[in-house]
Design a protein around this ligand. Structure first.
Ligand code: PLP
Length: 397
């Protein structure tokens, strides 16, 4: 393979070199268990506490409100199941959206089996839900609202401050999955009225397998795993010191560099989008065109008359890594439920590709990708009888 171009930064990012350097001593020299009372343990605990402070500072929280977890999925599970179970006597209704990550949707599905009722709010054709929709769905049985800060497929940034205000007004807990937002969208848990927030280090140039659940002081949840008394007796298991140190270093850097990184990826993304729309026919740009309400890193297109998987594989052969919205489960290719929720027709949802740009991508990489994409789309359409028949008939932009 001549080239290796990574345009799948929403799936995961590489661990930043400086972050990695800060983690390394905690695999070798400072390997104590953070719960041990001797100096090996105390050294590890000091590093964990420092990381906790960095996370708290990055989101306007207090260190005592930060709980380390194994990643975004665990944080979402804990927030939603933990709060739902703790508040069961008060009510059994949860409000979320139709475009949440499976870590939220599947958690809600599980709770439905236990007798909870879940409202999955629909989104508009750009992927937005409104605070009014949330308010109208609240009943006297509502105990939790969970709305993501930014969507992983189409990059829509939801109005979480307004939704948080509605939750506060009605005294309902508000959780937000901010896994895609940290390092891309400024967050202040106090101003944004957030009671619980999930994040995952590997999405902001930190290591995989470590995340955070922020829980505002006073928010009651059940503990998620039974076992030892780590994390104020709320989350059992030996703390992942190198991972936590990496998460702390990564969030500090991500927040510090947010403006610079956003400006860089936005320039690449905007150039890429404009070129694709100008040079490829029968293509639909999914999500919002309002760049102030979309992750700067995200571009999502549906290419009419061809399968997303075919584009993905052809780009893969050309050394370009992207993602298709389809989930390949048990041999059948399901179109993205997120795109379907935005009203994208099923055949177009099948032809969708997400390009997600990162801080280390270059203009030259984007130009190379465009060149390959034109070739791939033209070649695949050459084989499509439908394209020959209907080319240019539908207008998407
Ligand atoms: N939530 C969102 C919005 C995500 O994009 C992801 C990962 O893709 C997750 C949750 C799950 O995070 P993790 O892979 O750290 O468990």
């Amino acid at each position: 393979m001549e080239r290796r171009i990574y345009l799948d930064n929403s799936a995961t990012t590489h661990t930043d070199a400086e972050v990695l350097q800060k983690m390394l001593p905690y695999f070798s020299d400072v390997y104590g268990n953070g719960s041990s009372q001797h100096f090996f343990g105390r050294e590890a605990l000091a590093a964990i506490d420092e990381a906790r402070e960095k996370v708290a500072k990055a989101i306007g929280a207090k260190p005592s409100e930060i709980y380390f977890t194994s990643g975004g999925t665990e944080s979402d599970n804990w927030a939603i199941k933990g709060a739902a179970h703790a508040l069961r006597a008060k009510g059994n209704h949860i409000i979320t959206t139709a475009i949440e990550h499976p870590a939220v949707i599947q958690t809600c599905k599980r709770l439905e089996k236990e007798g909870f009722e879940v409202t999955y709010l629909p989104v508009d054709d750009e992927g937005f839900v409104t605070a009014d929709q949330v308010e109208n769905a609240i009943t006297d049985k509502t105990v939790l609202i969970s709305v993501m800060t930014a969507n992983n497929e189409v990059g829509t940034i939801e109005p979480i401050r307004e939704i948080g205000a509605v939750a506060k007004k009605h005294k309902v807990l508000f959780h937000t999955d901010a896994v895609q937002a940290i390092g891309n969208v400024p967050i202040d848990v106090v101003k944004d009225n957030i009671d619980m927030l999930s994040m995952s280090a590997h999405k902001f140039y930190g290591p995989k397998g470590v995340g955070v659940l922020y829980k505002r002081t006073g928010v009651k949840t059940e503990r998620f795993m039974d076992g030892g008394e780590q994390e104020r007796n709320m989350r059992a298991s030996t703390l992942n010191t190198p991972g936590i140190v990496g998460l702390g270093a990564a969030i500090e850097k991500a927040v510090l560099d947010m403006e610079k990184n956003n400006a860089h990826v936005k320039e690449l993304r905007d150039f890429f989008v404009a070129e694709v729309l100008a040079n490829i026919s029968d293509v639909r740009y999914n999500g919002t065109k309002d760049t102030s309400r979309r992750l700067a890193s995200n571009a999502n297109f549906s290419f009419e008359y061809i399968e997303g998987e075919s584009i993905l594989m052809s780009l893969d052969l050309a050394g370009i890594a992207v993602s298709s919205g389809s989930a390949c489960s048990s041999g059948s290719l399901e179109p993205s439920y997120v795109l379907l929720s935005l009203g994208v027709p099923i055949e177009l949802a099948h032809g969708s590709i997400r390009f997600s740009f990162g801080k280390d991508n270059t203009r030259e990489e984007v130009e190379y990708t465009l060149k390959k994409l034109y070739e791939v789309v033209a070649r695949l359409r050459e084989m499509s009888p439908l394209f020959k028949k209907f080319e240019g008939e539908k207008k998407y932009v």
